[in-house]
Design a protein around this ligand. Structure first.
Ligand SMILES: Nc1ncnc2c1ncn2[C@@H]1O[C@H](COP(=O)(O)OP(=O)(O)O)[C@@H](O)[C@H]1O
Ligand SMILES: [Mg+2]
Length: 277
Protein backbone atom coordinates (compact mmCIF):
# COMPACT_ATOMS: atom_id res chain seq x y z
CA UNK A 1 0.00 0.00 0.00
CA UNK A 2 1.24 3.44 -0.96
CA UNK A 3 -0.38 6.37 0.77
CA UNK A 4 0.17 10.09 0.36
CA UNK A 5 -1.93 12.41 2.46
CA UNK A 6 -1.83 16.11 1.68
CA UNK A 7 1.78 16.01 0.63
CA UNK A 8 3.34 19.40 -0.07
CA UNK A 9 6.90 19.82 -1.30
CA UNK A 10 8.74 23.09 -1.68
CA UNK A 11 12.31 22.91 -2.90
CA UNK A 12 14.53 25.41 -1.12
CA UNK A 13 14.16 28.89 -2.57
CA UNK A 14 11.09 28.04 -4.70
CA UNK A 15 7.94 30.13 -4.42
CA UNK A 16 5.71 27.52 -6.02
CA UNK A 17 5.45 24.01 -4.57
CA UNK A 18 6.64 21.08 -6.68
CA UNK A 19 3.84 19.09 -5.03
CA UNK A 20 0.73 20.83 -3.82
CA UNK A 21 -1.46 18.89 -1.38
CA UNK A 22 -1.26 15.57 -3.17
CA UNK A 23 -3.33 12.76 -1.67
CA UNK A 24 -3.56 9.32 -3.18
CA UNK A 25 -3.53 5.68 -2.28
CA UNK A 26 -2.36 2.72 -4.31
CA UNK A 27 -3.36 -0.79 -3.29
CA UNK A 28 -1.10 -3.81 -3.44
CA UNK A 29 -0.87 -5.31 -6.94
CA UNK A 30 -2.18 -2.25 -8.74
CA UNK A 31 -0.62 -1.04 -11.97
CA UNK A 32 -0.64 2.75 -12.07
CA UNK A 33 0.55 5.32 -14.58
CA UNK A 34 1.53 8.74 -13.27
CA UNK A 35 1.35 11.26 -16.09
CA UNK A 36 1.99 14.95 -16.42
CA UNK A 37 4.03 17.41 -18.44
CA UNK A 38 7.70 17.95 -17.86
CA UNK A 39 8.07 19.81 -14.56
CA UNK A 40 4.64 18.71 -13.29
CA UNK A 41 6.15 17.01 -10.25
CA UNK A 42 6.25 13.33 -11.26
CA UNK A 43 9.85 12.70 -10.25
CA UNK A 44 9.35 14.69 -7.06
CA UNK A 45 6.47 12.39 -6.16
CA UNK A 46 8.68 9.37 -6.83
CA UNK A 47 11.43 10.90 -4.68
CA UNK A 48 8.95 11.25 -1.83
CA UNK A 49 8.44 7.48 -1.97
CA UNK A 50 12.14 6.60 -2.21
CA UNK A 51 12.90 9.20 0.49
CA UNK A 52 15.43 10.91 -1.77
CA UNK A 53 13.53 14.04 -0.79
CA UNK A 54 11.39 14.78 2.25
CA UNK A 55 7.98 16.43 2.02
CA UNK A 56 7.58 19.93 3.44
CA UNK A 57 4.34 18.71 5.02
CA UNK A 58 1.94 15.82 4.72
CA UNK A 59 2.03 12.14 5.43
CA UNK A 60 3.56 9.26 3.50
CA UNK A 61 3.22 5.56 4.17
CA UNK A 62 4.61 2.76 2.04
CA UNK A 63 4.14 -0.93 2.81
CA UNK A 64 3.02 -0.19 6.35
CA UNK A 65 6.01 2.06 7.04
CA UNK A 66 5.05 5.49 8.28
CA UNK A 67 7.70 7.87 7.01
CA UNK A 68 7.22 10.15 10.01
CA UNK A 69 8.88 7.46 12.05
CA UNK A 70 11.47 6.48 9.49
CA UNK A 71 14.96 6.77 10.94
CA UNK A 72 17.94 7.42 8.72
CA UNK A 73 19.25 3.96 9.43
CA UNK A 74 16.01 2.43 8.10
CA UNK A 75 16.29 4.08 4.70
CA UNK A 76 18.56 1.50 3.05
CA UNK A 77 16.15 -1.14 4.25
CA UNK A 78 13.21 0.75 2.78
CA UNK A 79 14.98 1.03 -0.55
CA UNK A 80 15.44 -2.72 -0.54
CA UNK A 81 11.71 -3.17 -0.37
CA UNK A 82 11.08 -0.75 -3.22
CA UNK A 83 12.45 -1.57 -6.64
CA UNK A 84 13.30 1.62 -8.52
CA UNK A 85 14.02 1.99 -12.22
CA UNK A 86 15.13 5.20 -13.93
CA UNK A 87 15.06 6.61 -17.43
CA UNK A 88 18.86 6.53 -17.65
CA UNK A 89 19.19 2.99 -16.21
CA UNK A 90 21.93 3.90 -13.70
CA UNK A 91 23.94 0.74 -14.33
CA UNK A 92 27.53 0.32 -13.20
CA UNK A 93 29.50 0.69 -16.44
CA UNK A 94 32.52 -1.33 -15.35
CA UNK A 95 30.51 -4.32 -14.30
CA UNK A 96 28.92 -6.99 -16.45
CA UNK A 97 25.18 -7.53 -16.58
CA UNK A 98 25.54 -10.44 -14.18
CA UNK A 99 27.65 -8.34 -11.80
CA UNK A 100 25.24 -5.42 -11.92
CA UNK A 101 22.40 -7.64 -10.75
CA UNK A 102 24.63 -9.51 -8.29
CA UNK A 103 25.78 -6.25 -6.76
CA UNK A 104 22.22 -5.31 -5.83
CA UNK A 105 22.08 -8.52 -3.81
CA UNK A 106 25.60 -8.26 -2.38
CA UNK A 107 24.93 -4.91 -0.77
CA UNK A 108 21.97 -6.30 1.12
CA UNK A 109 23.97 -9.26 2.35
CA UNK A 110 22.72 -12.13 0.20
CA UNK A 111 25.17 -15.04 0.24
CA UNK A 112 27.35 -15.80 -2.76
CA UNK A 113 25.74 -19.17 -3.36
CA UNK A 114 22.31 -17.60 -3.37
CA UNK A 115 23.47 -14.84 -5.70
CA UNK A 116 24.76 -17.49 -8.08
CA UNK A 117 21.39 -19.18 -8.09
CA UNK A 118 19.31 -16.02 -8.26
CA UNK A 119 20.99 -13.89 -10.92
CA UNK A 120 20.52 -16.28 -13.87
CA UNK A 121 16.87 -16.70 -12.96
CA UNK A 122 16.21 -12.99 -12.79
CA UNK A 123 18.04 -12.46 -16.07
CA UNK A 124 15.86 -15.12 -17.60
CA UNK A 125 12.78 -13.37 -16.27
CA UNK A 126 13.72 -10.24 -18.20
CA UNK A 127 14.79 -12.13 -21.33
CA UNK A 128 18.54 -11.65 -20.95
CA UNK A 129 19.63 -15.15 -20.01
CA UNK A 130 22.43 -15.12 -22.58
CA UNK A 131 23.73 -11.58 -21.91
CA UNK A 132 25.13 -11.97 -18.41
CA UNK A 133 28.75 -11.59 -19.56
CA UNK A 134 28.18 -8.32 -21.47
CA UNK A 135 28.95 -4.84 -20.23
CA UNK A 136 26.24 -2.15 -20.31
CA UNK A 137 27.98 -0.36 -23.21
CA UNK A 138 27.58 -3.53 -25.28
CA UNK A 139 23.80 -3.54 -24.90
CA UNK A 140 20.93 -1.74 -26.61
CA UNK A 141 18.87 0.78 -24.62
CA UNK A 142 16.04 -1.71 -24.19
CA UNK A 143 18.45 -4.37 -22.93
CA UNK A 144 19.98 -1.91 -20.48
CA UNK A 145 16.57 -1.13 -19.11
CA UNK A 146 15.90 -4.84 -18.76
CA UNK A 147 19.09 -5.16 -16.70
CA UNK A 148 17.91 -2.29 -14.50
CA UNK A 149 14.57 -4.05 -14.04
CA UNK A 150 16.33 -7.35 -13.28
CA UNK A 151 18.48 -5.58 -10.73
CA UNK A 152 15.49 -4.05 -8.99
CA UNK A 153 13.50 -7.31 -9.08
CA UNK A 154 16.32 -9.47 -7.75
CA UNK A 155 15.47 -8.37 -4.22
CA UNK A 156 11.81 -9.26 -4.72
CA UNK A 157 10.35 -5.89 -3.89
CA UNK A 158 6.62 -5.67 -3.30
CA UNK A 159 6.57 -2.38 -5.18
CA UNK A 160 8.35 -1.43 -8.39
CA UNK A 161 8.59 2.26 -9.20
CA UNK A 162 9.77 3.34 -12.62
CA UNK A 163 10.44 7.00 -13.44
CA UNK A 164 10.04 7.36 -17.23
CA UNK A 165 11.49 3.91 -17.91
CA UNK A 166 10.80 4.21 -21.64
CA UNK A 167 11.89 7.83 -21.93
CA UNK A 168 15.05 6.98 -23.89
CA UNK A 169 13.62 4.15 -25.96
CA UNK A 170 12.00 3.85 -29.37
CA UNK A 171 8.30 2.87 -29.46
CA UNK A 172 8.81 -0.81 -30.17
CA UNK A 173 11.42 -1.25 -27.46
CA UNK A 174 9.22 0.73 -25.08
CA UNK A 175 6.43 -1.75 -25.62
CA UNK A 176 8.76 -4.61 -24.73
CA UNK A 177 9.60 -2.91 -21.45
CA UNK A 178 5.98 -2.14 -20.65
CA UNK A 179 4.96 -5.74 -21.39
CA UNK A 180 7.70 -6.91 -19.04
CA UNK A 181 6.40 -4.59 -16.33
CA UNK A 182 2.90 -5.96 -16.92
CA UNK A 183 4.24 -9.48 -16.51
CA UNK A 184 5.93 -8.50 -13.25
CA UNK A 185 2.64 -6.94 -12.16
CA UNK A 186 0.90 -10.24 -12.96
CA UNK A 187 3.21 -11.90 -10.45
CA UNK A 188 1.68 -9.56 -7.88
CA UNK A 189 4.15 -6.69 -7.71
CA UNK A 190 2.63 -3.22 -7.42
CA UNK A 191 3.81 -1.05 -10.31
CA UNK A 192 3.93 2.74 -10.46
CA UNK A 193 5.27 4.20 -13.70
CA UNK A 194 5.67 7.82 -14.67
CA UNK A 195 5.46 8.40 -18.38
CA UNK A 196 4.91 10.81 -21.23
CA UNK A 197 3.96 8.04 -23.60
CA UNK A 198 0.40 8.74 -24.61
CA UNK A 199 0.10 5.71 -26.85
CA UNK A 200 1.14 3.24 -24.18
CA UNK A 201 -1.13 4.79 -21.55
CA UNK A 202 -4.11 4.83 -23.91
CA UNK A 203 -3.61 1.28 -25.06
CA UNK A 204 -3.11 -0.29 -21.64
CA UNK A 205 -6.11 1.38 -19.99
CA UNK A 206 -4.83 1.03 -16.46
CA UNK A 207 -5.31 3.42 -13.60
CA UNK A 208 -3.99 6.83 -14.59
CA UNK A 209 -3.09 9.58 -12.12
CA UNK A 210 -2.51 12.99 -13.67
CA UNK A 211 -0.57 15.84 -12.11
CA UNK A 212 -0.26 19.41 -13.30
CA UNK A 213 1.82 22.09 -11.63
CA UNK A 214 2.24 19.85 -8.61
CA UNK A 215 -1.49 19.28 -8.18
CA UNK A 216 -3.20 16.00 -8.71
CA UNK A 217 -5.91 16.84 -11.21
CA UNK A 218 -7.04 13.39 -12.25
CA UNK A 219 -7.31 9.87 -10.91
CA UNK A 220 -8.93 7.59 -13.43
CA UNK A 221 -9.23 4.41 -11.43
CA UNK A 222 -10.05 2.27 -14.40
CA UNK A 223 -9.75 2.42 -18.17
CA UNK A 224 -7.58 5.47 -17.75
CA UNK A 225 -6.40 7.53 -20.66
CA UNK A 226 -3.74 10.14 -21.23
CA UNK A 227 -5.39 13.47 -20.65
CA UNK A 228 -3.30 16.17 -19.08
CA UNK A 229 -6.47 18.15 -18.33
CA UNK A 230 -8.21 15.15 -16.83
CA UNK A 231 -11.04 15.82 -14.46
CA UNK A 232 -10.59 14.34 -11.04
CA UNK A 233 -12.26 10.95 -11.22
CA UNK A 234 -14.15 9.33 -14.03
CA UNK A 235 -17.14 7.19 -13.22
CA UNK A 236 -16.03 3.65 -12.59
CA UNK A 237 -18.44 1.20 -14.14
CA UNK A 238 -16.54 -1.96 -13.40
CA UNK A 239 -15.05 -3.06 -10.10
CA UNK A 240 -11.50 -1.90 -9.64
CA UNK A 241 -9.46 -4.01 -11.99
CA UNK A 242 -5.94 -4.42 -10.83
CA UNK A 243 -4.25 -7.14 -12.81
CA UNK A 244 -4.89 -10.66 -13.99
CA UNK A 245 -3.39 -12.37 -11.01
CA UNK A 246 -2.10 -15.63 -12.26
CA UNK A 247 -0.10 -16.30 -9.12
CA UNK A 248 0.51 -14.83 -5.71
CA UNK A 249 3.18 -12.24 -5.48
CA UNK A 250 6.03 -13.21 -3.21
CA UNK A 251 5.75 -16.91 -3.92
CA UNK A 252 5.82 -16.53 -7.64
CA UNK A 253 8.73 -14.15 -7.64
CA UNK A 254 10.50 -16.26 -5.07
CA UNK A 255 10.04 -19.29 -7.25
CA UNK A 256 11.31 -17.36 -10.23
CA UNK A 257 14.33 -16.19 -8.30
CA UNK A 258 14.57 -19.16 -5.95
CA UNK A 259 15.52 -16.97 -3.05
CA UNK A 260 14.49 -16.18 0.47
CA UNK A 261 12.17 -13.39 1.47
CA UNK A 262 13.69 -10.30 2.98
CA UNK A 263 11.90 -9.70 6.25
CA UNK A 264 11.17 -6.46 8.01
CA UNK A 265 13.94 -7.28 10.42
CA UNK A 266 16.32 -7.86 7.53
CA UNK A 267 16.61 -11.64 7.80
CA UNK A 268 19.58 -11.68 5.52
CA UNK A 269 22.88 -11.01 7.18
CA UNK A 270 25.09 -8.30 5.75
CA UNK A 271 28.35 -9.30 4.15
CA UNK A 272 31.23 -6.83 4.09
CA UNK A 273 30.63 -4.09 1.60
CA UNK A 274 32.75 -4.01 -1.48
CA UNK A 275 33.94 -0.95 -3.17
CA UNK A 276 31.93 0.10 -6.21
CA UNK A 277 33.91 0.18 -9.47
N1 LIG B 1 16.31 19.14 -6.79
C1 LIG B 1 15.50 20.17 -7.11
N2 LIG B 1 15.73 21.41 -6.62
C2 LIG B 1 14.93 22.43 -6.91
N3 LIG B 1 13.82 22.34 -7.68
C3 LIG B 1 13.55 21.13 -8.21
C4 LIG B 1 14.38 19.98 -7.95
N4 LIG B 1 13.84 18.92 -8.61
C5 LIG B 1 12.75 19.39 -9.24
N5 LIG B 1 12.56 20.70 -9.01
C6 LIG B 1 11.45 21.52 -9.52
O1 LIG B 1 10.24 20.91 -9.13
C7 LIG B 1 9.29 20.93 -10.19
C8 LIG B 1 8.86 19.52 -10.53
O2 LIG B 1 9.96 18.84 -11.09
P1 LIG B 1 9.96 17.26 -11.34
O3 LIG B 1 9.37 16.59 -10.17
O4 LIG B 1 11.30 16.87 -11.78
O5 LIG B 1 8.92 17.17 -12.57
P2 LIG B 1 8.69 16.02 -13.67
O6 LIG B 1 9.38 14.79 -13.20
O7 LIG B 1 7.21 15.88 -13.76
O8 LIG B 1 9.27 16.54 -14.94
C9 LIG B 1 9.95 21.68 -11.32
O9 LIG B 1 9.54 23.02 -11.26
C10 LIG B 1 11.43 21.55 -11.03
O10 LIG B 1 12.13 22.66 -11.50
MG1 LIG C 1 10.83 13.61 -14.09
Amino acid sequence: MILLDNVVKYYPGDKEPALDHVSLSIKPKEFVFLVGKSGAGKSTLIKMLTREEKPTSGKIMVGGIDYDYLKKRHIPHLRRRLGVVFQDYKLLPNRTVHENVAFALEIVGVSNSEIKRTVPKVLELVGLADKGHKFPAELSGGERQRVAIARSMARQPKILIADEPTGNLDPETSWGIVRLLEEINNFGTTILITTHDEQIVNQLRKRVITIRNGKMIGDQKNDGHYDLDAIRTRIVKRPLATAKHTAPTADEIRRATNSRPITAQGAVRPTPRRRVI
